[in-house]
Design a protein around this ligand. Sequence first.
Ligand SMILES: [Zn+2]
Length: 404
Amino acid sequence: MQLRYSFRLYPNGPQRSALARAFGCARVVYNDALRTREDARAAGLPFVSSAVLSTAVTAAKSTPQRAWLAEVSAVVLQQSLRDLDTAYRNFFDGLKGKRPRMGAPRFKSRKDSRHTVRFTANARWKITPGGDLSLPKIGDVRVKWSRALPSAPSTVTVVEDASGRYFASFVVETDPEILPAMDNVVGIDLGLTHFAALSDGTKIDSPRFLRRAEKKLKRAQRDLSRKAKGSANRVKARIKVARAHARTADARREFHHRLSTKIIRENQSVAVEDLAVKGLARTRMAKSVHDAGWSAFVTMLEYKAAKFGRTFHRIARFEPTSQVCSVCGVKDGPKPLGIRVWTCTACGAVLDRDINAAVNVAKAAGLAVTACRARVRPGRVPAQRGEAGTHRDGQMAVVGIPSL
Ligand SMILES: [Zn+2]
């Protein structure tokens, strides 16, 4: 199986300039190729093939306008064309219904928050005996190796993020590490009031370190909005926002890693609702905030399941899991988001909305779970700890999650 490993890079001044040049050339090649294809489409001509575009890149190097393309590795430029092909393929597959719909490929901008270039084996990049990353026409860049690579990678992608940090990202072939089999199975409901609810009755909130990072980001964004346009302070504030963004993303990834590893280690089978289906039921704002995080998390669950020999189920249902009683299976109709506990009109079970949904997800995947954890025991206060926060969050979710 293939896994991605990322490491922080520390290019020096000249290397940063060389990387900026590589990012720029990759972007120009991408945009030129996109324009060629769009012009052809507008003129009613057939789709321009990759081979034609590739020849055009080589030809462009001998023109005065594009001569500087020769200053970067040719592999970087070819890989940029490959990226455009992938963007088109995803777009067409979306139109054909083979995958969720995506927008048409878009022009890249110098102002994009993320820049990448990719070096394949053809580019003859290497890891030096001293542990530097040696890149053609860039130099030997210092790497912080935070963990060992399980095998030699053939391709490296160099990324510059919004806060000006550099990373080397490797796709590596690894062998699965099959864990001893166990009986536990679990369904997961990804929610708005909690990050996740599990069919075993557990509710998981974002950890404090992530909430703190999000709060700092929010403050930085507010500061930025108060700075006068074109001022030096605004530039500083924008850098602060970018850094806070990066730290929030790191904290979120860290949380996703910890949680997905724990769930996969503790369960033989894991079931999650298909997010594309789940998305239909939500507001645009809630979707944009949550889907990015959820899909990253679900992707981790999926590859870790493969890595550790567990089973991963993605269930597609067109019936909201919160409408069905997990005890008797009767569909009880929609309920407003503020309702966290409800009583089934058919069997009288008092159900926790999120856990009930998680049990339904597990059942839909054919996993043998009991609904007993979804039941709120009579006589008890019908909510887990942090009830007040839960309710407040639930209502905020309806108006667009201002807390994020
Ligand atoms: Zn019922």
